[in-house]
Design a protein around this ligand. Structure first.
Ligand code: PFF
Length: 446
């Protein structure tokens, strides 16, 4: 790809939709509700909101600046600005590999549930949903659907940046909003929904500001906004010169927040209405939602609609971390786009197979029965991405001259960039200090 003229996304709206497509995915619809469910509901929502503004948006903007300035993949981008900082790019590439190792699996669950809702046994087998979920996890179908998801992503990526990624996001993102709003309205009429709203929306400051809640919320902010691992660097390398980076980062963050809040407004009233537990964990939507759908008229239809939504949202995200790796292999190893896509898809399949086949039994740091699934999820959201975010702040706000960020934010004098002083200050002091403080506090050092 390096010797072709570099592709770019069409207009302003395309850039927002594509970046929002990366951000909005399983992180907002699957991960956010169960993290909130396990961390006090509204308390978590409050801290997450703060983290999006104080950590997520500034880091996203810094990544946009690096990507659009250099027009390269994550490693090449940082290296071209300062050679030692290429390691920050490698942090992103490793993060993308780790995410690939489990994200496709959860995306495969949503595809399986979509198929099973329409013509399969989900509502007709008579087994409980918990049993069905465990049976599915123990069968060949899990690997099969993971494979299908990697293939779908592969087919979009191989078509290229404009025809593949941009077109897919333009259709899928609006569809997702419409479906989510319809679901939120439907759920509001279920008996007992009010308790769910209370759990999710009633301010709860007591539980909010604990080290664990803040640590989890920062991880969730990084994960749900796709920042701290070179994804936004890669995507911004396809932005046009006149793109308003500040406006794009705020729009992406607000759309992501909106989807997370909408997902909460669908899931918590539904969970309480069915008398279930919000702290169900990773299986929350796969076990509790079918439980809810089954008592609704047109159960299969509602269920299919929801899992179509989840599948679409996952696809626009898998495309984005696949692209981090594809652009890296294509540009750094001078491969054709086709070959780079194949390498990435092959690696993703190998990692997912490893995750699915191997749950090992070690007592490392007191973590028993740990699986690759948990290792990949925990290390990306709670270590690699915050670390990437912290280093991005240090690089952009301390190591580079302020003119670099100012130039990108104002499009080199074309725009006023009134927010620049605030953003620069936040990136220089507030975001890095907050990340370091929470890391250290959570490790129990202070
Ligand atoms: N933001 C995506 C989600 O919330 O599902 C996950 C993700 C995509 C993380 C791309 C990182 C990334 F580079």
């Amino acid at each position: 790809m390096s010797n072709e003229t570099r592709a770019s996304f069409g207009g302003k709206l395309s850039a927002i939709l594509v970046a929002a497509g990366s951000a909005i995915g399983l992180g907002s619809i699957w991960r956010f509700p169960y993290m909130a469910g396990e961390n006090g509901g509204s308390a978590f929502l409050l801290v997450y909101l703060l983290c999006v503004f104080v950590v997520g948006i500034p880091v996203m903007l810094a990544e946009f600046a690096v990507g659009r300035k250099t027009k390269m993949n994550a490693v090449g981008g940082y290296r071209s600005l300062s050679r030692p900082w290429r390691w920050l790019g490698y942090n992103g590439v490793i993060g993308a590999l780790f995410i690939s190792g489990y994200y496709y699996i959860v995306a495969g669950w949503s595809l399986e549930y979509l198929v099973s809702s329409i013509g399969g046994p989900l509502y007709s087998s008579g087994e409980s949903f918990t049993e069905q979920f465990s049976m599915f996890q123990a069968s060949w179908r899990e690997l099969f659907y993971t494979f299908v998801f990697i293939l779908l992503t592969h087919l979009i990526i191989v078509r290229g940046v404009e025809k593949g990624i941009e077109k897919a996001a333009k259709v899928m993102m609006p569809a997702l909003f419409i479906i989510l709003i319809i679901m939120a309205v439907r759920v509001a009429f279920m008996p007992g929904a009010a308790e769910g709203y209370r759990f999710f929306l009633e301010p709860n400051f007591k539980e909010a500001f604990t080290a664990k809640t803040i640590f989890t919320a920062i991880g969730q902010a990084f994960f749900s906004l796709s920042v701290g691992m070179g994804c936004m660097v890669t995507y911004a390398s396809y932005f046009k010169k006149d793109n308003n980076l500040t406006g794009t980062s705020f729009s992406v963050a607000l759309l992501t927040l909106l989807v997370a809040v909408l997902a909460g407004l669908v899931i918590f009233p539904a969970v309480f209405s069915a008398g279930l537990q919000p702290s169900e964990g990773a299986s929350l939507i796969f076990i509790t939602l079918p439980e809810i759908f089954k008592d609704m008229p047109f159960a299969q239809l509602w269920s299919a609609v929801f899992f179509i939504l989840l599948t679409l949202a996952s696809l626009t995200s898998t495309i984005s971390f696949h692209e981090v790796l594809t652009a890296y292999f294509a540009e750094e190893y001078k491969l054709s786009r086709k070959a780079a896509t194949r390498v990435t898809s092959g690696l993703s399949l190998a990692l997912c197979t490893l995750t699915l086949c191997w749950t090992f039994d070690i007592d490392l740091l007191g973590l028993k029965d740990i699986s690759f699934f948990e290792i990949f999820d925990y290390t990306t959201a709670n270590i690699l991405m915050p670390l990437g975010g912290l280093l991005t702040c240090i690089f952009v706000a301390w190591s580079m001259k302020p003119d670099f960020l100012r130039g990108e934010i104002t499009n080199y004098g074309e725009m006023r960039g009134r927010l620049f002083p605030l953003l620069h200050f936040t990136l220089k002091y507030i975001t890095p200090l907050l990340i370091v403080y929470i890391f250290v506090k959570n490790l129990g050092i202070i």
